[in-house]
Design a protein around this ligand. Structure first.
Ligand code: ZN
Length: 112
């Protein structure tokens, strides 16, 4: 769930990058990650949306990265609850291990 106070959705890439569509992707993934295959990229429209949770196994919260494998644009959402039964990477992993999974995509917006 998105906290009601504090933080906010910060746009980095400009106003025509489909921020609302990215947020919808976030809600879909967060609701049920198992049904998140074949999601369309708001920008290039390819079905290339990928996501990865990176978090802390002690309290099961972390950061969700959502990106498009085709145009390499995406968003990050912080302080999310990691859904059960989803593979996630530990924040304790070295950066290069996380980079193997999450490419260096262009951040359109982030939510903290
Ligand atoms: Zn794309």
């Amino acid at each position: 769930m998105i906290p009601k106070s504090g933080g906010g959705f910060t746009t980095i890439g400009g106003i025509n990058m489909g921020e609302n569509d990215w947020l919808k992707l976030y809600f879909k993934i967060q609701n049920d990650p198992s049904k998140s295959k074949g999601l369309h990229c708001p920008i290039c429209k390819n079905q290339s949306i990928k996501f990865q949770y990176v978090g802390d196994e002690r309290n099961m919260t972390g950061i969700l990265s959502i990106w498009c494998g085709s145009c390499l644009k995406g968003i990050q959402v912080g302080k999310v609850n990691i859904p059960k039964n989803i593979a996630f990477l530990s924040t304790n992993l070295p950066e290069e291990e996380i980079r193997k999974r999450i490419p260096n995509f262009q951040l359109i917006a982030h939510f903290n």
